[in-house]
Design a protein around this ligand. Sequence first.
Ligand SMILES: Nc1nc2c(ncn2[C@@H]2O[C@H](COP(=O)(O)OP(=O)(O)OP(=O)(O)O)[C@@H](O)[C@H]2O)c(=O)[nH]1
Ligand SMILES: [Mg+2]
Length: 421
Amino acid sequence: MFRFFKRKPAPTEVAAGAPAATVPGPESAAQSTAQFAAESATQAATQVATQAATQAATQAATQAATQAATQAAIEASAPGLAGPAAGLAQAPASGQRAPAAGPAPAPAQPAEGADMEVRVEQPPAGWFGRLRQGLRKTGAGISGLFGGARIDEALFEELETALILADAGVAATTHLLEELRRRVRATRAETPQQVRELLREVLAELLAPLQKPLDIGHARPTVIMMVGVNGAGKTTSIGKLTRHLQAAGCKVLLAAGDTFRAAAREQLAAWGQRNEVQVIAQQGGDPAAVAFDSVQAGRARDMDVVIVDTAGRLPTQAHLMEELRKVKRVIGKAMDGAPHEAILVIDATNGQNALAQLRAFDDALGLSGIILTKLDGSAKGGVIAAIARERPVPIYFIGVGESLEDLQTFDARAFAQALVD
Ligand SMILES: Nc1nc2c(ncn2[C@@H]2O[C@H](COP(=O)(O)OP(=O)(O)OP(=O)(O)O)[C@@H](O)[C@H]2O)c(=O)[nH]1
Ligand SMILES: [Mg+2]
């Protein structure tokens, strides 16, 4: 199940005018929170629980936990992740949204000029488990530190090492430890368990600015350019995103801007077929020309979104980076203000190198967002703290697997929870 937001009118208008299917209601918030709490509770109770067991326990626990978990979440310090408007509050200030009322009807057809915020609906059961499982190396490394009886200097030193090993980098690690020490003093924490809770809190706050939804609908079509190194997950993420957009009633057109390999065109065409969307491709053509034609076609065919795939490249390949800049410029010639989004797809298993990629692509193109993939793999995940500290480009989605539902909206608190499990 996926959540899509539509429009940015006054809060009351959202409830009245926007299809409720596009807006999460209080129920989904409570369930989501409860599931989250229940999963954690289950793990604490049964260290050996498998994911399947956790899910089963979660289901059983959800009902009982819903009320308490929601209440606890409401009282928690992160506004927007708790309470009836859960999932809504991360919108930019200009996009205040009200909790929608009522059941979810069929997907919407976005009205012209409507502003649509794309988020993945209430996480399917197990996604958090997959993320946690993916991050288990780090989680185990960090969590294992809090088993002692008292808080001492050795604990902070070990934590520092664990964070560095988790790819958090020096700047973020220093920040996290300073803040943690301050809070330990301020709260007069006495046990390592309390330190763990404080670390989760500090980490969630560091990551919070990265939590920002992808907005669709400021322009029609909204043109999205997808970039990244080879094999990062660009084309796969385009396929997943297309499905999500369609579910929200968007008309999507894909541009096979990776003209280097026939296989790349075929891969995008396969996603196009699967999603029943049109794909603009040229055999051996110039990527900028494909992008130009696609944007023009998107305008002529009244599309809501045009997504331009590009060939993978290393930021050190200067001529290929220049080619990307050209693609961007040419898209701007096909439509004023386009591309509206330049999204970097990063393979989270690249560790600290991800940060180098981010800097280089951001310098070259001025990125608007990130999709961080493969967090279900061997990724240690700490690089996200480095991103938050050193180049805070919003993370629109995270990839926690290869199937469709494995593209999830980034949730800072859930991520912090998974990392410091
Ligand atoms: N486990 C896992 N695999 C993923 C994820 N996202 C993508 N992949 C896999 O990563 C591989 C590369 O994905 P692509 O989408 O082809 O990557 P790309 O960036 O388009 O690659 P190039 O076009 O060659 O630069 C594929 O096998 C995908 O199935 C993810 O979140 N988790
Ligand atoms: Mg590709």
